[in-house]
Write a protein that binds this ligand. Structure first.
Ligand code: ATP
Ligand code: MG
Ligand code: MG
Ligand code: MG
Length: 476
């Protein structure tokens, strides 16, 4: 089943069951605590917080998401993209646990010729929160899932809050057993690559108090009205329904791998190392196009830096695969071809997307060679001095003068067996930022101060919002 069809079926199923279909919001979050949208619930947050009245008691969407913190997983696990689409259904004080569980089970197991996804019920494993007896009872008694395929997990996986006082509650997740080729048995609690998580059902039922982060806090009591927030990874379901091993090989992503192969002459499936590079290119180019499509431009701060890191990592991996000239134009074109049907704004904005992407590639290629020489020399010097670490000031110089995002430096140093003094790097970045702020104040230019956002981001988040804190830390 094609990705586009998965999306259509999702929206149709929930629309037929009384949900208002809401188009994906922009990746640029309309929310000061977030740089980018990491989950489908973000546009609905004001309704969950009681700050606005929902337009309908039930809603559904397929939301574009970017999770920068997952960048290191890309290409290495089978299931993490920096860009992905989260299919969601939401209830604002309407149906609760039983309704959410029944809808999810029905859609996943409904035969394909009846409009569902037709998954084999025997391959579905359920997790519930430690003390959520109610959810477990529904799964067993109402749905009929055998007790041995239901596991209980702790706060880290199966309890949701935004990291601050407000709504919170247990989750229940649906996982798909991909079979013994993917490793040991024992359920999602034991092996998350074999039993891949596909759908998270969040039961917002309590009010949380003060506390630390997402695991250490008190529950103050029940919410006056209980809500449902769910998220299913479209690419993960596509990977299962298309019978491929990882989400970089699904229809929309595979086309980018094939294009990268054509551009570099490096076939997919010949070596693990180059396969990882091809998967990184596939994911990162998709993310880059979607970000530029929503108006992000590469830069050294905030969202612009997320885009820059992603694009430069993709370009460098293309070089590792053997590309010598510019490649971004054709890759962008392929992404637009595969995603344009679902996101027509990519087609109408094609010219702008291409211009931005090509300019970033040109800027990076201009400095890549000189920067690589600086890095190589610094590595040789460090090694000659008997050190296994690249000094922070070199990483800073590479960032500041040669446009090397820190993770590029980390990656390139690691390839030569060296770590990087990241603390030293960050210290220099902070000093530079302070200087820039002081200059801006002096000039009264109204330079945006992200510090205030950071303070909020330090304590806020949904299921994955804290990731943006870690991104910010990396960037500083
Ligand atoms: P995982 O444990 O696999 O990292 P998660 O628990 O972080 O996933 P949730 O925050 O529960 O994910 O998000 C809801 C759903 O979105 C997941 O069940 C999964 O299907 C999908 N999803 C989450 N992160 C990614 C990603 N990086 N790439 C693709 N799909 C994702
Ligand atoms: Mg995750
Ligand atoms: Mg998880
Ligand atoms: Mg989850």
């Amino acid at each position: 089943m094609e990705s586009a069809e998965i999306r259509r079926r999702w929206l149709r199923f929930f629309e037929e069951r009384g949900h208002k279909v809401v188009p994906s919001a922009s990746l640029i979050a309309d929310d000061p605590t977030l740089l980018l949208v990491p989950a489908g619930m973000v546009p609905f947050k004001p309704y969950f917080l009681g700050e606005a009245t929902p337009p309908a008691p039930r809603a559904t969407s397929v939301q574009k998401c970017v999770r920068t913190p997952d960048i290191e997983e890309v290409g290495k696990t089978t299931r993490h993209g920096t860009f992905f689409q989260m299919c969601g259904n939401f209830s604002f004080g309407d149906y609760f646990k039983e309704g959410a569980i029944k809808h999810a089970w029905e859609l996943l197991t409904l035969p394909q010729d009846k409009g569902g996804y037709g998954l084999d019920p025997e391959r579905l494993w359920i997790t519930v929160y430690l003390d959520d007896d109610e959810a477990e009872r529904i799964w067993r008694e109402v749905i009929g899932v055998p007790a041995e395929r239901i596991q209980r997990l702790g706060k880290k996986d199966n309890f949701w809050s935004m990291g601050v006082p407000g709504p919170c509650g247990p989750c229940s997740e649906i996982n798909y057993d991909r079979g013994p080729e993917f490793g040991a048995e024992g359920g999602p609690a034991v092996n998350d690559e074999r039993y891949v998580e596909i759908w998270n059902l969040v039961f917002m039922q309590y009010m949380r108090g003060e506390g630390i982060g997402k695991e250490d806090f008190e529950i103050l009591g029940d919410l006056p009205s209980k809500n449902i927030d769910t998220g299913l990874g479209l690419e993960r379901l596509a990977m299962i329904l298309q019978g491929v091993e990882n989400l970089y090989e699904i229809d929309t992503s595979r086309a980018v791998i094939d294009k990268a192969t054509a551009l570099t002459g490096h076939a997919y499936g010949t070596a693990e190392h180059s396969d990882v590079s091809l998967r990184i290119v596939s994911d990162h180019m998709r993310a880059a196009v979607m970000l530029i499509g929503d108006g992000v431009t590469p830069g050294n701060e905030g969202r612009g830096y997320v885009l820059r890191r992603i694009m430069r990592r993709a370009i460098r991996n293309m070089r590792l695969l053997g590309a010598t000239g510019p490649v971004v134009g054709e890759l962008v074109d392929t992404v637009i071809k595969t995603m344009g049907e679902q996101y027509p704004e990519l087609i109408s904005e094609r010219k702008r997307i291409e211009t931005v992407a090509l300019a970033e590639e040109a800027a990076f290629l201009n400095t890549l060679k000189a920067g690589t020489t600086i890095l190589d020399n610094a590595v040789t010097e460090a090694k000659a001095a008997g050190s296994r670490e690249l000094p922070g000031d070199k990483a800073f110089l590479l960032h500041d003068t040669w446009g090397f995002p820190i993770d590029l430096t980390l990656e390139m140093a690691a390839e030569q067996g060296l770590s990087v003094d990241e603390d030293g790097f960050r210290r220099l970045m902070t000093e530079q930022r302070e200087r820039a702020k002081a200059d801006a104040r002096a000039k009264k230019t109204g330079h945006a101060d992200l510090g205030a956002y950071r303070a909020i981001a330090d304590s806020a988040g949904t299921t994955d919002f804290t990731g943006y804190t870690s991104f910010e830390n990396e960037a500083t």
